[in-house]
Design a protein around this ligand. Structure first.
Ligand SMILES: [Ca+2]
Ligand SMILES: [Ca+2]
Ligand SMILES: [Ca+2]
Length: 570
């Protein structure tokens, strides 16, 4: 078809361009003019498989074929050997994926792009072929194509770097007949050297777009053209553009374990403007992100997300206590709050990008029952005749030292096989946000808290006459059994309520100016003695129920509103 032919021509022209310097050939056409002139410093092969499925019997989609064409054209201009296919059946999709895997064996960079319907079933993502006959959830496995198959091909090929782009989270037309009603895709763990980009956050749906292209792909195609933009920054810019265009309803997402750099279009040979350099002064950084946040924020309050996002996170159960851990996929996020955020405090800035490796995080706080396996006589007492001591309530009256002793004990119980520890505050905030950029993971509105968290609410107001509470009722005046409310986008419970949580870090008011970009943590005991406490709690007002809020406590201190949860290292 058109593409196979023109791509072949284009690629041979490109190679010719590289070897023969600047000489132009008769074959030059509109496309080839976009090629980097001498800067094409890429000698490694680039292979792409691009699939757009739209001609479904049920719920056809207008844009995927156009999206696939646009992506294929863009990638071809960037030196990719592109195979572009549209409206494939299951058999054809599988065949193309295998052929793609064969090409990857020669090394270099692989890119897989899919636009169309996608569904998650039990935490696995399925791309839906044209002609699939799906009436029940269980048929998805037989009729769909497991996105994991693409990753398997990539892992097997062991080529340097892989990119998977799934613009496949469009509303699930079959959801009504599905028991779980699962929407969107699950977030999957990116194998080493892979970046997986989703058109939207795990568990939510993408916009098919008013024009010829889906919103996501339209932006991606534009932005990947930018010379000298690292792949991570390409997707970051796409995220901010899409968020703005959809007024915060769609927030793209990546899971990355890339090692080394990749540029769709390498930097121009004469350095024009080093793209990353003009960052630091706080004003600038905050001003930029504040604008983003405001856009997302306004929309967030109109259309709160995360209230009942179905999801199927990867779970691991610790055998001794039965504590469940959720896999938190690695990625980058903006840590801290912009100066415009309501109730923001000075220790929450500057907003800076932090990149976190994947880790296991306990689904909720450690309970009294779990803690008493370690220390049978522990008593979490009560508050004004409300017991805080039930087995399924979060353990309180726990110092930072106690929390660490528990982690050590649990490691020993597991024969040293797993490393348990308190989360870093960066891991904690990343987990709380779960891909969102709003003040709370469900949006900006504090009064929507009661679906998601046990916080200071009207129940507490009735009971004790407290004024600084949320305008909603969560039915618990004191602590609730853990995981009683809706989880966030990662499948984590009680991140902003029930009890506040100890983290590993030493508290320092200006520590964000010292953070590394990757896995920042501050544990320098010269810096002070207090440890960082994160998250809201059962009597917290809106100011305390924010993902970016930080507070501190002495490592030996304890209280009725302070507990912890653990992280397991991968
Ligand atoms: Ca409450
Ligand atoms: Ca909590
Ligand atoms: Ca604070």
């Amino acid at each position: 078809m058109r593409r196979a032919l023109s791509t072949g021509l284009l690629l041979s022209f490109f190679i010719c361009l590289l070897t023969a310097g600047t000489s132009r050939s008769d074959e030059e056409n509109a496309l080839t003019r976009k090629l980097p002139v001498a800067g094409g410093a890429q000698s490694e092969q680039r292979v792409a498989l691009v699939i757009g499925n739209g001609a479904y019997d049920t719920a056809p989609l207008r844009n995927p074929a156009n999206d696939a064409k646009a992506v294929a054209k863009g990638l071809a201009a960037l030196g990719f050997d592109v195979t572009e296919r549209e409206n494939l059946t299951q058999k054809d999709m599988k065949r193309e994926i295998q052929a793609f895997g064969q090409k990857l064996l020669k090394g270099g960079v692989g890119l897989f792009y899919f636009a169309g319907h996608g569904m998650q079933v039990n935490g696995r993502n399925f791309l839906i072929p044209v002609g699939a006959s799906i009436e029940h959830e269980k048929q998805v496995e037989y009729e769909g194509v497991d996105a994991g198959a693409v990753l398997t091909e990539m892992e097997y090929a062991r080529n340097r770097l892989n990119i998977v782009i799934l613009d496949a989270c469009r509303d699930n037309p079959f959801a009504r007949s599905f028991r779980s009603g699962a929407q969107g895709l699950a977030s999957i763990n990116a194998p080493t050297g892979t970046l997986i980009a989703y058109a939207t956050s795990p568990g939510s749906v993408a916009n098919d777009g008013p024009a010829d292209n889906g919103v996501y792909t339209g932006e991606l195609v534009k932005i990947m053209e930018t010379p000298g933009l690292r792949i991570e920054d390409v997707f970051k810019q796409v995220r901010s553009a899409v968020r703005e265009m959809t007024q915060g309803k769609q927030i793209p997402w990546e899971s990355s374990s890339l090692e080394g750099d990749f540029f769709f279009r390498p930097p121009a040979p004469k350095p024009q403007q080093p793209p990353q350099q003009a960052q630091p002064p706080e004003q600038q950084l905050v001003a930029g992100t504040a604008a983003d946040r405001t856009t997302a924020g306004t929309a967030g309050s109109q259309t709160p997300r995360g209230e009942s996002r179905p999801k199927a996170p990867k779970i691991w159960k610790e055998p001794v206590t039965g504590m469940e851990f959720v896999w938190v996929p690695g990625g980058c996020f903006l840590m801290g709050s912009p100066q415009t955020e309501q109730d923001r405090e000075v220790d929450e800035g500057p907003v800076h990008e932090a990149c976190i490796d994947g880790y296991w995080m306990a689904k909720s706080e450690v309970t009294n029952g779990q803690f008493r396996k370690f220390l049978s006589k522990h008593n979490s007492r009560d508050y004004e005749r409300h017991s805080l001591n039930g087995d399924s309530q979060p353990v309180v009256y726990i110092s930072w030292d106690d929390a660490n002793s528990f982690a050590q004990w649990l490691m020993a119980q597991n024969g040293g096989q797993y490393k348990f520890r308190l989360p870093t505050e960066a891991e904690w905030e990343y987990a709380c946000r779960a891909g969102t950029a709003t003040i709370r993971y469900w949006g900006d509105d504090p009064n929507k808290a009661c679906d998601n968290e046990n916080i200071g609410d009207q129940a507490a107001k009735k009971q004790w006459g407290w004024e600084d509470v949320h305008e909603c009722e969560d039915a618990y005046a004191a602590t609730a059994p853990v995981a009683s409310f809706q989880p966030n986008g990662f499948g984590l419970y009680d991140m902003l309520g029930n009890v506040a949580e100890w983290t590993q870090d030493i508290y320092s008011i200006d520590v964000y100016t010292k953070h590394d970009r990757n896995n920042p943590v501050y544990t320098d005991v010269q810096g002070g003695t207090d440890r960082v406490i994160r998250g809201g709690y059962w009597h917290g007002g809106p100011a305390n129920v924010r993902c970016s809020d930080r507070s501190a406590g002495l490592p030996g201190g304890m209280n009725d509103d302070l507990g912890f949860r653990l992280v397991r290292e991968p």
